[in-house]
Design a protein around this ligand. Structure first.
Ligand code: CA
Length: 453
C-alpha cells in the first residue's frame, strides 16, 4: 500500500464509511509513527461516530508535502486595483492597462481595456475606470492610448495603487511599432479528491483562462483551455463569477458554437443541466464548462461504455492504458452583461473556475483558495466548513500564461524541516509555502525542468 493509499484508507476511517481493518493497516509499509498516531485518533473519532476535525486536519497537514505551512497563507500570487484614466482630447478612442511596455517587451498582456466615453466630468473630457490584476511582485504597469483603428498612440507607466491618471499631463512614450499585446492569461491548477488529501501534484486539472474585451463595451470574452487532466477521479467543471448577480448577465455564448464535451453520451450527474449559463445557490452567474474533464480530452468511450480516465498530458512518455498525449481543447465564452460598468470592472479576482466530484455520497466542489468554501451548485457543509479550514488549498492560480506544471505525481516543490532539504521543479514554491511573504514569484524560477511537463 502506498503512502497515498494508506492515507486514503485513514481518511475513509475518518469518514466512518467502511469496515475497519486495523490489522491490515498496521502491516502497511510506509505508514509512519505519526501516521499510526493519526490513525488511532481517527479510530477514536469513529468510535464516537462523529467527524473529528482536528484529526482530519492533522492528516491533511501530514500528507501535504511541505512541513510548516504558513498558517497565514492565502495562496495568492496577484493583487488587483482600479484606476481612473481621464483625458480631454478627441484623439484617444480607447485605453488599455498593459502589464509591460509593448514598445520594448514582446510579452505584454492586456490587463484591462475600455472605450473612452463622455462622462460629464468637470472639464467635459473623457473618463473611464478599469479594474486590473497584476502579479503580486509587480508594482509597475502601463496605460496605453489607442486610436479608433486600434493603432497605439503611446504608453505611460504608472505605479500599482495609483487612483487617477490624466493623460493630458503625462508624457506618452511612443515608437514606430509595438509588439502586439495578448489578452492576460492565468493558469489554474487543481488537486483532485477534496476533502481527501491527494499527492498534491496539482495537475489533476490544468486550465488556462484568458480575459479579453470586445468592441462592444458590455461584453467580456473568457477563453478557457483544458490543458491537462492528470487524475483518476471523474469531475465536472464550471466557472463562478463571484460578486456579480446572475440578473446582471444577459447571455453567455460559446463562440465555437458547441460545448467542450459536445456529444457526451452518458447521464449528467455532476452538473444536471446542459445550459451554459447557470445560477449559483446564492444568485451568482456560473458558466458550465463540461460534465467530464477526461471526456473533453478524449471523447472515445472504452469497451464497457465509460469514459477513459487516463492521465492526459501529464506524462512525457505515455504508458499504454495509463496515460496519453492529446491536443488541448479550448472554447471562448462571450459574456454579455446588461451594464457596461460591470463588464469593465470584472477582474481576475472574481473568476473562480471550479470542479465538482462525487465523494462519500455527496457532490463536493474544489474552488480556488479565495472561494474554497463556496457552495455554488449544492449545499455541502451544512454550516461546518470550519472543519476543513486547514490553510491547505486544492487549487493554485498562477498569473502566467505558459506556466509549466509538474509531471504526474511530482510535487511543485517539497521541504522537510527535519533535514532542511528542498526538492522539486520549483524549490522556491516550498519556501513560499512556509512564508507567504517570500518567493511570490516562485513560478518564474525553474529548478529542475526535467520534472515539468
Ligand atoms: Ca496528478
Amino acid at each position: 500500500m502506498t503512502k497515498k493509499n494508506a492515507f486514503s484508507f485513514v481518511l475513509s476511517m475518518l469518514f466512518c464509511n467502511f469496515t475497519r481493518q486495523i490489522e491490515k493497516c498496521m502491516e502497511t509499509k510506509g505508514l509512519s509513527y505519526l501516521g499510526l498516531l493519526l490513525f488511532m485518533l481517527t479510530f477514536i473519532a469513529c468510535e464516537k461516530e462523529k467527524f473529528d476535525a482536528n484529526a482530519y486536519n492533522e492528516i491533511v497537514d501530514y500528507q501535504f508535502l511541505i512541513d510548516n505551512v504558513d498558517r497565514n497563507h492565502e495562496w495568492c500570487l496577484t493583487h488587483g486595483d482600479t484606476i481612473t484614466i481621464t483625458n480631454s482630447g478627441e484623439s484617444i478612442y480607447a485605453v488599455q492597462v498593459l502589464t509591460k511596455n509593448p514598445y520594448t517587451a514582446t510579452d505584454a498582456e492586456i490587463a484591462a481595456e475600455g472605450v473612452c466615453f463622455l462622462n460629464g466630468n468637470m472639464d467635459g473630457g473623457h473618463s473611464t475606470t478599469l479594474a486590473y490584476t497584476l502579479p503580486i511582485v509587480q508594482d509597475r504597469a502601463y496605460i496605453a492610448a489607442l486610436k479608433q483603428d486600434g493603432t497605439y498612440i503611446g504608453v505611460t507607466p504608472f505605479t500599482f495603487g495609483t487612483d487617477t491618471v490624466n493623460l493630458d499631463y503625462v508624457i506618452m512614450e511612443s515608437g514606430k511599432s509595438v509588439h502586439t499585446p495578448q489578452p492576460q492569461t492565468f493558469t489554474y491548477l487543481y488537486e483532485e479528491g477534496f476533502p481527501l488529501p491527494g499527492d498534491f501534484d496539482f495537475n489533476d486539472l490544468v486550465l488556462r483562462v484568458s480575459k479579453s474585451f470586445t468592441e462592444l463595451s458590455y461584453q467580456v470574452d473568457l477563453k478557457v483551455t483544458v490543458e491537462a487532466v492528470g487524475g483518476n477521479y471523474s469531475f465536472a467543471g464550471a466557472i463562478l463569477l463571484a460578486g456579480i448577480s446572475y440578473d446582471d448577465v444577459d447571455k453567455v455564448e460559446i463562440l465555437e458554437g458547441e460545448n467542450m464535451d459536445k456529444g457526451y453520451p452518458l447521464r449528467h450527474t455532476m452538473i444536471d443541466s446542459d445550459k451554459t449559463l447557470l445560477r449559483s445557490r446564492s444568485g451568482e452567474p456560473v458558466i458550465r464548462l463540461f460534465e467530464s474533464g477526461h471526456y473533453v480530452l478524449n471523447n472515445q468511450l472504452n469497451e464497457v461504455g465509460s469514459v477513459q480516465t487516463l492521465f492526459y498530458n501529464t506524462e512525457t512518455t505515455p504508458v499504454e492504458e495509463r496515460s496519453a498525449i492529446v491536443p488541448s481543447v479550448s472554447r471562448t465564452y462571450r459574456i454579455s452583461f446588461k451594464n457596461r460598468n460591470i463588464a469593465r470592472s470584472l477582474s481576475f479576482d472574481q473568476i473562480d473556475p471550479f470542479i465538482t466530484h462525487e465523494y462519500n455520497g455527496g457532490l463536493w466542489e474544489i474552488h480556488t483558495y479565495k472561494y474554497k468554501f463556496q457552495e455554488t451548485l449544492r449545499s455541502i457543509y451544512n454550516g461546518k466548513s470550519d472543519f476543513y479550514d486547514n490553510h491547505i488549498s486544492w487549487s493554485i492560480v498562477v498569473p502566467k500564461a505558459d506556466f509549466r506544471y509538474a509531471v504526474e505525481s511530482m510535487s511543485l516543490g517539497t521541504f522537510n524541516s527535519h533535514t532542511g532539504v528542498t526538492f522539486g521543479p520549483y524549490t522556491s514554491f516550498a519556501e513560499w509555502m512556509t512564508d507567504h511573504t517570500q518567493n511570490n514569484d516562485w513560478y518564474e524560477h525553474i529548478t529542475y525542468p526535467q520534472l515539468l511537463y
